[in-house]
Design a protein around this ligand. Structure first.
Ligand code: ADP
Ligand code: ZN
Length: 429
């Protein structure tokens, strides 16, 4: 075992003692970062003010913009000679930020991934195809070393050439795959076209972007596997921050490694368990780039109920980033809600795009979705009926009137990594 298994079921008092010890160490280590020295001075706080875990609330947040301002290496807490790897974020919401790792960080990170994968029961007997970008994106090398650590046979297939990916799954008897849920959907379409049933597949690990429960059911049906949600972000090493256990009802976040708070994104106030807000994390085990109260920007909550597996408190699946939320005529909409609605309508396919425009000072949302040939007669009346149905279902869930356009199967873009399904054109006017 590469980590102490006891960590997963520590009693609350022992866990808190461990967190407090690690928190103080982390607060001391950021003293070598100018940004934090200044920030602590301005706020009039010092490490010695921390007597309990709650005292973390005296410290200011670190925001994504701070990391951008510190580009490239402003947040490194160790000299460059101790850095052995550099990654960047994907840059989904702006300029990518830089992350550095010491040798020990790489080991800690691989252990976290190994721990997640062990939790869902994969190991030495499994063949693992890692279908994500192996470059700067942390999902590639992150999963690669974690999976090797527990003795899986790792195929670093990366992205692209979907037919070849499918042949490899078939020929190498792949049991476990990792990719974005969007790519998994595309993979299932191409497998169907090729007439491949991918019998060997048992486990799918999907992450790096929000995906709905209906997406899970669709992927499980089409690929014949059990799908697990994997969550992480580059600033906190990469994937491996939180992961579903076999109960698949929320994600276990490793509290011995990450101190978790949920805040009201507007006021910064801390929320209670069961209340949804923005995730704020203070990593407790990072060496090269420790962060204090990092505002991750993703929306979730700490779940009130314990897990049947006995591990510690979970976070709910991520609905999206707080800045992913679309405000259409004053109504809040997450793209993952649109996905959830569309996937339960059999007459339409799994691919969609959302366009937001401002027409005559009013926000207008247009959803393009592919029709599903196997549920469609080709009759014009059928088309009109389906179109109306989609409008109604979207309205029932989102309480919003939308324009729906049904398009030919195969005509919308497919994504190898994170999908970009929303095009907001309001800023262009
Ligand atoms: P970027 O933030 O530029 O996309 P990363 O590649 O580090 O860079 O991506 C991390 C982000 O991806 C998270 O903050 C979150 O918004 C999203 N993400 C990762 N995993 C999941 C998941 N399982 N569910 C929902 N969102 C996820
Ligand atoms: Zn569990």
């Amino acid at each position: 075992m590469f980590w102490d298994k006891k960590m997963e079921t520590l009693n609350p008092a022992d866990l808190q003692a461990l967190q407090l010890k690690r928190l103080k160490k982390t607060l001391r280590s950021v003293q070598s970062v100018e940004f934090y020295r200044k920030q602590f001075d301005n706020a009039g706080v010092a490490v010695s003010d921390v007597k309990t875990l709650d005292d973390i609330q005296k410290f200011p947040f670190t925001k994504k913009q701070d990391l951008r301002d510190g580009y490239p290496f402003g947040f490194f807490a160790v000299p460059m000679r101790k850095i052995v790897r550099i990654h960047t974020t994907s840059g989904t919401t702006g300029k990518p930020t830089v992350v550095g790792y010491t040798r020990r960080d790489l080991d800690t990170w691989a252990n976290l991934i190994a721990r997640n994968m062990t939790m869902i029961g994969v190991g030495k007997d499994d063949v693992f195809q890692n279908m994500v970008n192996y470059g700067m994106f942390t999902g590639g090398l992150g999963f690669h070393y974690g999976a090797e650590k527990i003795g899986m046979a790792v195929i670093p297939s990366a992205t692209g050439n979907t037919r070849r990916q499918i042949e490899m799954i078939r020929d190498f008897g792949v049991t476990t795959i990792h990719c974005t849920p969007s790519y998994a959907m595309h993979l299932s379409e191409v497998a169907e076209e090729m007439g491949e049933t991918l019998e060997s597949l048992k486990t799918g690990i999907f992450g790096a972007e929000p995906w709905s429960d209906n997406m899970r059911h669709t992927l499980e049906d089409r690929l014949g596997l059990t799908a697990y949600d994997s969550y992480g972000m580059s600033e906190l090493f990469g994937p491996g921050v939180a992961f579903e256990c076999p109960e698949r009802d929320g994600l276990h976040i490793w509290h011995d490694s990450y101190l978790v708070e949920i805040i009201n994104p507007k006021t910064g106030e801390r929320l209670s368990d069961g209340e949804r807000g923005e995730l704020v994390v203070t990593p407790l085990i990072k060496e090269a780039m420790p962060l204090i109260r990092y505002r991750v920007g993703d929306v979730t909550m700490l779940m009130e109920d314990g897990c049947l597996c006995g591990r510690y408190k979970k976070i709910a699946r991520i609905t999206g980033r707080s800045d992913d939320m679309l405000i259409i005529r004053g109504i809040n909409v997450f793209p993952s809600q649109i996905e959830h609605v569309l996937l339960r309508i059999p007459e339409v396919g799994n691919q969609f795009m959302v366009y937001i425009d401002r027409i005559n000072h009013l926000d207008e949302m247009t959803v393009e979705v592919e029709i599903n040939r196997s549920h469609f007669s080709g009759e014009l009346a059928d088309l009109a009926r389906t179109q109306k149905k989609v409008v109604k279902e979207l309205h029932d869930t989102l309480e919003l009137r939308t324009t729906v356009k049904l398009v030919e199967p195969g005509s919308l873009p497919r994504f190898e990594g994170k999908a970009k399904r929303v095009i907001d054109r309001r800023g262009d006017i």
